[in-house]
Design a protein around this ligand. Sequence first.
Ligand code: 5GP
Length: 172
Amino acid sequence: MENLKVLFTEEQIQNRIREVANEMNDFYKGEEICAICVLKGAVMFATDLIRCLNMPMQLEFIRLSSYNNSHKSSGKVHAVDISLPDLNDKNVLIIEDIVDTGLTAQFLLDFIKANFHTKSTKFCSLLDKKIARVNDVEPDYYCFEVGDKFLVGYGLDESGYSRNLPYIGYKE
Ligand code: 5GP
């Protein structure tokens, strides 16, 4: 992508993921978890994060959408595929790419609460765009707080492209 300014390098991302994973390894000590990766944006983050986790785990994938190929959330979260196994009595760890308005996170947390009695439910996001929040959702874990810019790379796309970049950047 042309004129992309690097916000977080590959090294910064990987170092920070290891730090957050260590916090999780401490928190979940001796417990099993079910990690749920929110496709498509969180795929890079989830696969790097879970390889730093040392507890027994299941890995599930769900697919949601709220952006309709634009730079602004549509305000409506759309469940493209949310088929999940029985999560009753499980420690659920949701892994997302970015919490922006917070609507997707709220939708997911409400969905889990309405359908399962989990042992615990934690929300982990690579990025936290707190400034764009329209509700009071806060991720339990996040790697970096970011400003109100449209970011791409490391799973984050622009119209389906740039997910493969190993760093996170934005157009100047
Ligand atoms: P929310 O529901 O919190 O507004 O948005 C969550 C989803 O919007 C994220 O999972 C992500 O797919 C998309 N999103 C939010 N901010 C950005 C951004 O800066 N860049 C990209 N590529 N997607 C974003």
